[in-house]
Ligand binder design. Structure first.
Ligand SMILES: [Fe+2]
Length: 304
């Protein structure tokens, strides 16, 4: 995997081949990095965001904005007044809209087949946060949502480091297809007689993933991805010995990555904005390397 820098003057005009190339690079596990963000965030909004600090870090990992219902969650109601909440909501609404407009053009092959998911504002210092193991950001993991199964849609995230001076320090590892196979290749080999649920369970067992997960209706694919997220965070050998690449994203930059594919950890940094998209399997330009297809080829069965 690599980090591919893109300057603002590379954005216009783009050929259809170039749009597909950006998508293909993302799908392969590369990070597309904009040293100067293409998202315009008014200075007055930035100053407001930089003045916010959640008081109880254990209660809320992030402030989330749900664009489809225009609602905020995770706001510290002990300290925030109604006016400040409304202002934050307005800023998040604008941010979500700006990122969506930009990516609708930039990732043109996806636009008919993706779903706008949550945006988030991350005002806390990431270094030294006291969070339960499975919620820690500083342990390498691939993303899966405990309450929002994707049924094979992929998790694409766009970030802005809005801290006025500091970098946001990431570590990433090799993409999903490389790491999932290294753990127990013989145990997760295809089983032609597997029913859907048995296929997913055998995948999970193959890498020791039998822990209970929330009982939300999800596909065998979602079940595996949630367990895999937990497994990576709880595996000290993987955390210590996997290949690691460090990237410190500067103040004012943006980057995007398939976080269900690229194991990532945030070691330090404060004040970031993020918008998530769920990209449907039909939209992918290289579906054969998606986590769904990689797992289905191992299981020998459909997983959604
Ligand atoms: Fe993550």
């Amino acid at each position: 995997m690599s980090v591919i820098p893109i300057s603002l003057n590379q954005l216009q005009p783009l050929s259809p081949e170039q749009h597909r190339e950006w998508c293909a690079q993302l799908e392969a596990g590369d990070i597309l990095y904009f040293p100067q963000t293409p998202i315009a965030i008014p200075e007055i909004d930035l100053q407001f965001l930089l003045g916010q600090q959640q008081t109880d870090s254990s209660l809320h990992k992030n402030i989330a904005y749900k664009p489809n219902i225009d609602r905020l969650s995770g706001v510290d109601t002990k300290t925030a007044d109604a006016e400040a909440v409304a202002k934050l909501q307005g800023i998040m609404r604008k941010y979500s809209k700006s990122v969506t407009e930009f990516l609708t053009g930039f990732l043109e092959p996806y636009k008919a087949n993706w779903q706008l998911d949550y945006a988030s504002f991350r005002p806390q210092e990431e270094e030294g946060r006291d969070l339960p193991q499975r919620r820690r950001n500083d342990l390498l993991h691939t993303d899966a949502f405990p309450t929002r199964p994707t049924y094979g849609a992929r998790i694409l995230r766009f970030f802005n480091n809005i801290h006025p001076a500091r970098t946001r320090d990431w570590v990433v590892s090799d993409p999903f297809a490389a790491i999932v196979k290294q753990f127990a290749p013989s145990e997760i080999a295809p089983r032609v007689d597997s029913a859907l649920s048995r296929a997913a369970k055998s995948l999970g067992r193959g890498i020791g993933l039998d822990a209970a997960i929330p009982s939300i209706k999800r596909s065998p694919y979602d079940d595996f991805m949630m367990r895999f997220h937990n497994f990576l965070k709880e595996n000290p050998d993987f955390q210590a010995n996997c290949p690691k690449h460090s990237f410190n994203f500067p103040s004012g930059s943006s980057w995007m990555v398939y976080t269900d594919t690229v194991p990532h950890a945030v070691l330090a940094g404060q004040y970031a904005l993020e918008q998530t998209f769920l990209v449907c399997p039909e939209a992918l330009v290289r579906p054969e390397i998606s986590p769904l297809k990689v797992l289905e080829s191992i299981a020998g069965a459909s997983l959604v």
